[in-house]
Design a protein around this ligand. Structure first.
Ligand code: S3P
Length: 434
């Protein structure tokens, strides 16, 4: 059982490069594997989640060479995957499972997707239902949950689908299935969600149109190999952005961070709270914008978080709740029921943890209210959720006592090396592996 032991206080300083973007890493391996030719990926996230995706494609006959964070993928074209001899185990990763399901629905072979206890509890109807209406044959466990058995017959039909939730995983699943479908695929989003799939499909030569919240793509398109340089993950950078904001005397620069506007809700929310965040050196890394982000300590104030920013900061709420706990006044969040079906129920897990540290945090069905105040030390249950564990490690910079966080091994799913990097930057964090 891996535990974090976090001493109170500390300030953050220096230039920091966090690991590669998880969403982009998953997509890069998937698209490179079904493209014609050799693609090189640099800055690939060596986290458990994206490594599980890489392993799944190796199981389907794709040759992938890895040298540090550089991958060379020998794409075999859209119909070049081979039937896997065994289950494809996708660990903790909802993105891997939902995106792969779309891709596998279009194959001419059967496959079975499994995951860990958390992934096996997560809702899959959001992808199985539209895929079934495209003609996919998928069997799932009770309540449309993993394991998922796919009977691939290669006979999908494109659909016109109005997504009930703003979900990049659902959108991307359908786009991948659309590559194997007849007709024109149309997906209507209720609100913008991350658009890495649309950008990357274009890099691989696919034609996609996006207008007024509708994504249109002719089915059956083929992909041509390309090289992908993965930016640093803004979702990982967010932990350090909040830590540097709340820990007095901090001044850090996060280098080469992805600042795709469908991901920068965390910057917008922190700025509205009074954070001192400066972007410099903006540039394009392939299809994705990146910048260096300087963050200095600043007094934060509570705000009402606008609903339209929720999908743009969906993974950053655990650490944003810590920012709220350290802010003056009340922060209110609604329209965020999705947080209850992430790697853990993040509304409940964060509310329980904040209350354990003496904070007044009141969860609701789709959000939370947090009154900023003093944080004590305490024992925190992360529920095996990487982002809950890292959020409370950040809280220790403002706690009056030691914070001990249980069940932290899954931090490696998205942020390998977090403890060493955070300690190097100034956090008093140790990993007790016992
Ligand atoms: C992701 C989309 C988000 C996010 C997840 C990664 C992706 O999920 O929470 O960590 O890579 O597409 P939803 O699209 O289901 O909100």
């Amino acid at each position: 059982m891996s535990r974090f032991h976090c001493s109170p206080g500390g300030c953050l300083r220096g230039e920091i490069r966090v690991p590669g973007d998880k969403s982009i890493s998953h997509r890069a391996v998937m698209l490179a594997s079904i493209a014609e030719g050799t693609s090189r990926i640099s800055g690939f996230l060596l986290g458990e989640d994206s490594l599980d995706t890489m392993r799944a494609f190796r199981q389907m006959g794709i040759e992938i060479e890895r040298d540090g964070d550089r991958l060379t993928v020998q794409g075999r074209g859209k119909t070049g995957l081979r039937a896997p001899a065994e289950d494809l185990y996708l660990g903790n990763s909802g993105t891997a499972m939902r995106l792969l399901l779309g891709l596998l629905a279009g194959q001419r072979f059967d496959s079975r997707l499994t995951g860990d206890a958390s992934l096996s509890r997560r809702p899959m109807a959001r992808v199985t239902e539209p895929l079934r209406s495209m003609g996919a044959r998928i069997e799932s466990a009770a309540g449309d949950r993993a394991p998922l058995q796919v009977h691939g017959r290669g006979e999908l039909q494109a659909i016109d689908y109005a997504m009930p939730i703003a979900s990049a995983q659902v959108k991307s699943c359908l786009l991948l299935a659309g590559l194997y479908a007849r007709g024109e695929l149309r997906i209507r989003e209720p609100a913008p969600s991350r658009d890495h799939s649309e950008r990357m499909l274009r890099s691989f030569g696919c034609e996609i149109e996006v207008a007024d919240g509708t994504i249109a793509m002719a089915g059956g398109q083929a992909l041509t190999a390309t090289d992908i340089d993965v930016p640093a993950d803004i979702s990982s950078a967010a932990f350090l952005m909040v830590a540097a904001s709340i820990a007095p005397d901090s001044d850090i620069t996060l280098c080469r961070v992805g600042v795709n506007p469908t991901r920068t809700g965390v910057i917008e929310i922190l700025r509205r709270m009074g954070a001192d965040i400066e972007l410099s050196n903006p540039r394009e890394l392939g299809a994705e914008p990146v910048a260096d982000i300087r963050v200095r300590s600043a007094p934060l104030r509570g705000i009402d978080i606008p609903a339209e920013l929720v999908p743009l900061a969906i993974d950053e709420f655990p650490v944003l709740f810590v920012a709220a706990a350290c802010a003056e006044g009340r922060t209110r969040l609604g329209d965020a029921a999705e947080l209850r079906v992430k790697e853990s129920d993040r509304i409940q897990a964060m509310a329980d943890g904040l209350v354990a540290l003496g904070v007044d945090a009141r969860p609701s069905a789709d959000g939370i209210e947090i009154d900023g105040g003093e944080l004590t030390g305490g024992r925190i249950e992360s529920h095996g959720d990487h982002r809950i564990a890292m959020a409370f490690a950040v809280a220790s910079t403002r706690a009056t006592g030691i914070i001990e966080i249980r069940d932290c091994a899954n931090v490696d799913t998205s942020f390998p090396g977090f403890v060493e990097l955070a300690r190097g930057a100034g956090l008093g964090i140790e990993n007790d592996d016992n």
